[in-house]
Design a protein around this ligand. Structure first.
Ligand code: PMP
Length: 366
């Protein structure tokens, strides 16, 4: 979609990345550490100062104390962490439950481990987890469940009751949880993010994955991390060692400095992105999209059934090539796409970009 957007000079609300820059001080710390000569391999598990800073942030956000040596590993983006976690616990013939619509890297990682992806759709208008369906999908081969809250592409978030049911299923069937929490600091309407690391039972069975790309507007830096109990971290690092061995050194030092100097950075993100969500929703009001405000992430789903009966892939092609706004068709995130017609808009863009996109949609569709 990004290529189609570029080819057609369309405003790109498709791929999830901000069109504003990383904090200038973070860039300054990066160039500082490169100039200081911090350009050689860091330890395999990541720069200690950064792992310490993550432990401090997790304690402040979720009340969990972590051993930064035994439980935190820096990775080359969340994508590496998700891949490695799957390779660490999934064996040939194992089944892994994935909730559709699902981020596109999950199933290939499971397939490469020799596992089988069992797709369970999210349900209803609010894309909540149907725990009865999840429970019915569990067999004696089920090894793990992959979860993503806040959820890309729907913006759904898990509630406390979800974690309680999950904890019961995990204990009953001895499952592992691979929890993709890259949008942990984008939860709206004064709700908290419920991290698996903050749940005393679930943290014992979980890999919690996050990404600096989302929180510091630096998706191209590709630095993330995985938190897991010591025994799982040992297995995780056996794979990480031979997938990448380690992650870009000066960026880790820069992030460590920035976290130490600005421990409050993430606190401003919910209001920052919620304002963009609301601006975009206001601006597209009256066009004919049916929307429920996104509860988390920087994505907004829009049902376009009253505007067109085209399949979503055709609708976004027309939006991009004729109307000049690129979006993502959400059928691509499903094994069996539902009838409902939704597209995903990314609102991690400057206010001017969002208003201009809404204007084009209005002129082209209303
Ligand atoms: N998980 C989800 C749900 C995502 O949306 C993304 C980024 N698009 C990632 C993982 C990957 O994060 P990273 O860029 O740090 O690999």
């Amino acid at each position: 979609m990004t290529k189609m957007a570029l080819d057609n000079d369309a405003i790109n609300l498709s791929q999830g990345y901000p069109d504003f820059d990383v904090p200038a001080e973070l860039v300054e710390r990066l160039t500082f550490h490169m100039a200081q000569g911090r350009n050689q391999y860091p330890p395999m598990q990541g720069v200690e100062a950064l792992r310490q800073a993550i432990a401090g942030k997790v304690r402040a956000c979720y009340g969990a104390s972590l051993d930064h040596d035994a439980e935190i590993t820096i990775t080359s983006g969340a994508t590496e962490a998700l891949f490695v976690a799957v390779q660490a616990v999934v064996h040939p013939g194992d089944e892994v439950i994935v909730l559709d619509p699902a981020y596109d890297s999950y199933e290939p990682a499971i397939t490469m481990a020799g596992g089988k992806t069992i797709h369970v759709p999210l349900s209803g208008e609010d894309f909540s987890v149907d725990w009865d369906r999840v429970s019915a999908a569990i067999t004696n081969r089920t090894r793990a469940i992959m979860l993503n809250s806040p959820h890309n592409p729907t913006g759904a978030v898990l509630e406390p009751a979800d974690l309680d049911v999950l904890a019961e299923l995990v204990a009953k069937h001895g499952l592992y949880v691979i929890s993709d929490e890259v949008y942990e600091h984008m939860v709206f309407d004064d709700k908290p993010h419920l991290s698996m690391v903050g749940h005393p039972d679930l943290r014992e069975r979980s890999f919690v994955v996050s990404s600096f790309g989302k929180t510091y507007h630096a998706t191209g830096w590709k630095v993330g991390y995985a938190i897991a109990p010591p025994a799982l971290t040992v297995e995780f690092r056996k794979v990480h060692q031979f997938v990448t061995f380690t992650t870009h050194t000066p960026t880790q030092w820069a992030l460590a400095d920035y976290l130490a100097a600005h421990p409050e950075h993430h606190e401003g993100l919910p209001a920052f992105y919620q304002a963009k969500r609301d601006l975009f929703l206001d601006a597209i009001e009256g066009i004919g999209f049916d929307t429920t405000p996104s509860r988390g992430t920087y994505f907004q789903l829009a049902n376009y059934a009253s505007l067109s009966s085209e399949p979503d892939t055709e609708f976004v092609r027309r939006l991009t090539t004729e109307i000049g706004v690129a979006a993502i068709p959400i059928s691509v995130f499903y094994e069996s796409p539902p009838e409902a017609r939704f597209v995903r808009f990314c609102f991690a863009k400057s206010d001017e970009t969002l208003l201009e996109a809404a204007d084009r949609l209005k002129r082209g569709l209303a």
